[in-house]
Design a protein around this ligand. Structure first.
Ligand SMILES: *Cc1c(COP(=O)(O)O)cnc(C)c1O
Length: 350
């Protein structure tokens, strides 16, 4: 037998949402991708970086992604020493665990939220604890003082879509003795965010992604905002060339085109609110969503049945077999046309 570390041998590995090969034949509402293309300036910037003959690719990229880092810092109102860019925010989640949790030490997150935290902790050999959600989205059995090394709060919650009030997150920051990582993958679709808490509490880290709100999932771009001591640690751990030249050009162009960004986000929010209302009309219960997806439960509470019937019609949504989620579906918000087709299919399925 090859001498793998036991935790690697025993782990199952994360299973991402299904990406069909014949993509054009599906309405794809299962991985919270943006239905609109990124800003046209992103394509132009990538082509400009590439140049006529691609010769720029001979040379390594700028190791710290300086230009994109400065642009993000300016956008969020921080000094660049408080910001780091990454190859997807998944890279940052991974490196936060590597920076703060020794093998055998504990990290925690909310169940249900993003189970990839658990996979990353397993790789590190850290222990994982989860806290369930009460009726009012309070954290069940959360101790007055949480002594683990990291607590991941997905806000807005995925897959349920609700968001925690700022006062709740601030209280949590005071109760977590390690780091509170607010995973704001969907914050651009919400009304608020925790960036102000990064300045106020030294143990708060905010992570963002350009995958969803900036329509750049295929480019792999994420960022984190935290105190310089935290950013310095994350800079030591990362791949020194974590963002390639095209990704750096794309990030800079996308962050600079705030007009385009705001219009796309607004369209998705409008479609989301319209689709929620229509689902309720046909008897679904829908959790009010602050993301670009929503969690909806059919009248018979049989999420699997509706998932299969949509699948047969080439509409792909997300069903989770976990008992706390199997009654419903997570549906990403596509274009208005895609959501009208999905609604018509749901009416037919009954
Ligand atoms: C999509 C998602 C991520 C990962 O973002 P990438 O930047 O694509 O790696 C992280 N957290 C949550 C909750 C997500 O939904």
């Amino acid at each position: 037998m090859i001498p793998l570390r036991p935790n690697i041998r025993n782990m199952t590995g994360y299973v991402p949402g299904f990406q069909p090969r014949d993509e054009q034949r599906w309405i794809k509402l299962n991985t919270n991708e943006n239905p609109y293309p990124p800003s046209p300036r992103v394509r132009a910037a990538i082509l400009a970086e590439l140049g006529e003959d691609g010769a720029s690719l001979r040379q390594y990229p700028d190791p710290p992604s300086t230009a994109a880092r400065e642009e993000a810092a300016r956008l969020y109102g921080f000094d660049p020493s408080w910001v780091i860019l990454a190859n997807g925010s998944d890279e940052l989640l991974n490196n936060l665990i590597r920076a703060f949790a020794e093998a055998g030490e504990e990290i925690a997150y909310v169940q249900p939220s993003y189970s990839y935290y658990a996979t990353l902790a397993e790789i590190q050999g850290a222990r994982v604890r989860t806290f369930g959600l009460g009726e009012g989205w309070d954290l069940l059995d959360f101790p007055p003082r949480y002594e683990g090394k990291l607590f991941f709060l997905t806000n807005p919650n995925a897959p349920l879509g609700f968001s925690y009030p700022p006062a709740f997150i601030e209280e949590l920051a005071g109760r977590v003795s390690g780091m509170l990582v607010v995973d704001e993958a969907y914050a651009d679709f919400a009304d608020g965010n925790a960036l102000a808490l990064v300045k106020k509490h030294e143990n708060v880290v905010v992570t963002r992604t350009l995958s969803k709100s900036y329509a750049l999932a295929g480019m792999r771009l994420g960022l984190a905002v935290a105190r310089p001591e935290v950013i310095e640690a994350l800079d030591k751990i990362r791949d020194h060339y974590n963002l390639d030249r095209l990704a750096q050009a794309a990030a800079l162009a996308a962050l600079r085109d705030q007009n385009y960004f705001r219009r796309a986000v607004e369209k998705i929010r409008t479609t989301r609110d319209w689709f929620s209302t229509e689902l309720r009309v046909i008897g679904y219960s829908v959790i009010p969503s602050s993301g670009n997806y929503l969690f909806a439960t059919p009248p018979d509470r049989n999420g699997r049945r509706v998932y299969d019937a949509l699948f047969a019609r080439h509409i792909l949504v997300r069903h989770f077999s976990d008992p706390s989620l199997s009654h419903g579906l997570r549906i990403s918000i596509g274009t208005r046309e895609e959501m009208e087709a999905t609604l018509a299919a749901l009416k037919e399925i009954g």
